[in-house]
Design a protein around this ligand. Sequence first.
Ligand code: ATP
Ligand code: MG
Length: 562
Amino acid sequence: MSTDNKTEESLNFVRQIIEDDINNNGYTAIKTRFPPEPNGYLHIGHAKSICLNFGISQLYKGATCNLRFDDTNPEKEDVEFENSIQADVKWLGFDWQDRLYHSSDYFETLYGFAQKLIREGKAYVCSLNLEEIRATRGTVKEAGKNSPDRERPFEESLSLLEDMKNGKFEDGTYTLRAKIDMAHPNMKMRDPLMYRIRKIAHHRTGNKWSIYPMYDWAHGLSDAIEGITHSICTLEFEVNRPLYDWFVNAVDIQKQKPKQIEFARLNLEYTVMSKRKLLQLVQENHVNGWDDPRMPTIAGMRRRGYTPKGIRNFCDMIGVSKVDSMITYDQFTYSVREDLNKVAQRVMAVLNPIKVIIDNYPDNQVEEFETENNPENDADGTRLVPFAKELYIEKNDFMEEPPKKFFRLGIGREVRFKGAYFITCQSVDKDEDGNITAIHCTYDPQSKGGNSPDGRKVKGTIHWVSAKHAINAEIRNYDHLFSTPNPSDESDGKNFLEKINKNSLQISSIAKLEPSLKDAKIGCNYQFMRNGYYCLDKDSSNEKLIFNSTIGLRDSWGKKKS
Ligand code: ATP
Ligand code: MG
């Protein structure tokens, strides 16, 4: 089997293992899987795992990647989450094709494997309750105590397991345990649980089962059943690896056993990544749902206007390693901004408007200027932007008495109105309190299209919107959801919820947009020229357009900090 052409690129350690297996260990088809538990929405950390697992399947001939729902904890799981996970993986640009599986597909098979281990003296039904099991497990320094049921005859265990399965016993009365070693230096190996009784309906298997498999038992065997070659997970499972191997070897259904490989999980500044915490943010209404644009969920990021390619580039950039680290938010926005710069449609939007009147422009005249939609991509075409006597510009593009270095509009100064004309400011109107109500200007008809008529230069180019054509919009501006870089660090005695940034959402309703934006589409990225990247929010209606601020044009957060 040949590897791809990117030989000059240095391989991350996971790919080194895989290439070594292909080149030296006789592996012919690499099989990975992405195994989310359907108990929440996917977040940017999952994206790292998706890019790694599905990415590998795109690199090697014959390689595949399964999407497997690890659905062994019915109380927290739901089809809503399964649907969102599928939508998010697809949106990120990956495809499991016909390889969609559920651990619950294997409940019957796993049960059969458990019976086999019981018959072989490798598992037993234990009557200690969870408390007693914990109490007899020992410590890192001290061996645990054997369960009184450890030598239970296998026939008895088989029949008890059958009764457990069929709901004869209450939760917590019996468990099935692997018979390994109560003195093992790795605590995970001290007769770990394989099944516990849980009389609760499962979103797929209903009330058929009163026992559900534990993670280590279900996960390794699901990998083995699917013929996974490399089972990639995060570092905290390193201590589980001996148990993973023990189960896979004990059941022994294939020659080439799946290999568990651990990598460092993604931690990103100013957010939390644990599903439990994300669920709490949603349930306690600290945010407006899983897809709130401030959430680190894929759904939130999509709604915010981050692009799948930007996220994939980010995952490539941060790489895959064995060492936990905290990634700065700037690294994330850098990747997204790079992609947005390529794909965003350029438009003019005035976020904080002030009126301009061109005194020498004919009262009812309207001109339409053909404007490129995206200078980075000719295929995006052009549109017509109307220009008329009354316009809006940004308040901060005007100063009554500007300093020398201010290259925007000021009384007596000339600037270019982007794509339209050279405009000179003549005077201002003020109300009784001295607030400017309108700026009076003149235009040079010879400068049509924004081109200099006689070689004279202007230093500033500003954006504008025709007042009578402008459409109103609400703009939602976001800041980090948390005010500290590592909100999960509770060493200061404060819970992550106490670190929520109270000002993370700011709404403004005064924006004036160029009229083409009335046809804005959800999922399309816009660059509001000189202002930043924006996208239409799903809360929009025909009567009211709402745009989310995705990110600024430049790295304003980094600057703010310094
Ligand atoms: P949580 O502990 O918050 O519930 P999880 O890791 O249990 O998250 P799963 O649904 O089990 O969530 O994760 C599916 C896959 O995504 C696993 O292989 C897991 O290792 C990986 N994953 C989860 N979080 C991250 C992260 N922050 N960085 C990289 N991979 C992650
Ligand atoms: Mg998990």
